[in-house]
Ligand binder design. Sequence first.
Ligand code: CS2
Ligand code: MN
Length: 357
Amino acid sequence: MKMTFRWFGSNDDTVTLEQIRQIPGVTGVVGALYDVPVGEVWPVEKIKKLKEEVESHGLELEIIESVNVHEDIKLGLPSRDRYIENYKQTLINLSKFGIKVVCYNFMPVFDWTRSDLAKRLPDGSTALSYEDKVVKEIQPDKLVEEMEKGSKNLSLPGWEPERLQQLKGLFDLYKDVDEEKLFENLGYFLEKIIPTAEACDIKMAIHPDDPPWGIFGLPRIVNNKENLERIINLVDSPYNGLTLCSGCLGANVNNNIPEIIRYFGSKERIHFAHVRNIKIHEGRNFDESSHLSSDGSLDLFEIMKAYHDIDFKGYLRPDHGRMIWGENARPGYGLYDRALGIAYINGLWEAIGKSAK
Ligand code: CS2
Ligand code: MN
């Protein structure tokens, strides 16, 4: 595996490249251009600048999270073709700088959703948390407001204000899009972009829905083994692959994460691993815990063992972390807890590797 760390750029991250470089085992960052509106082509100059900045700190930039997909593509509107052409051009531009994997998601309207961005845990840390009742009762525009309030004035990935301003219009448009239609629209998108991804040698890696069930009546399809299987078969190419996010899929107790890793790993379709733990409470409620198995509901040993068994050579990053030691950072994306997560994952990896010999 290649250990990486998500970074939001020098203007918009409390964590510096200098700090990231000092986390044991980290070889690269997971980056993105956050100032290009969704649907527009990523300019070569900006990609070049990001790449050079990362490399000047002794780190690699080989993976992008995310090139977001314009809503018109998810909705299947006639205007989608223009945005798909732009997406292809972005892939071509990224390939000029040695990008090997592009993570993206296909969630209608909302990216990852939480009811609290700073829930206080018994040890005094704060964590992202999801309470079903809260999300069921809140109006979508109020949720957007709450997320903005909790963001500490740092942009939240996948929550672009320009797009969310059009909430009402988007909900109207999604009235005609059920799960089947969303699959169809994803298939249309993949058929168009995978040949370009192949030519560019960029592996596409779809990120699961977070949480892995529908919210506000919007369809969600990237949420269990059967659907992941259906997605990789929409276009049967190694370039049509997955980001395996343990915390997202794991929120549904019916998803057996080690088994899913072994299954899709044997097909060589996992290109990016997000590793995090969550503490599931009764029903559809969970808090994001530390990575440690005994702190959460997922067994990180079994998860890392599955990656080891499939001889995982792809990119991996700790996913969200709690806010600890008084750190003030973007919710989920502080330095300390994610660095602790990495140390723990490295420890598991070394122990599993050595005891397998
Ligand atoms: C997230 C998402 O769970 C996660 O990794 O924080 O925002 C994720 O980056 C996107 O859904 C990927 O497109
Ligand atoms: Mn993730």
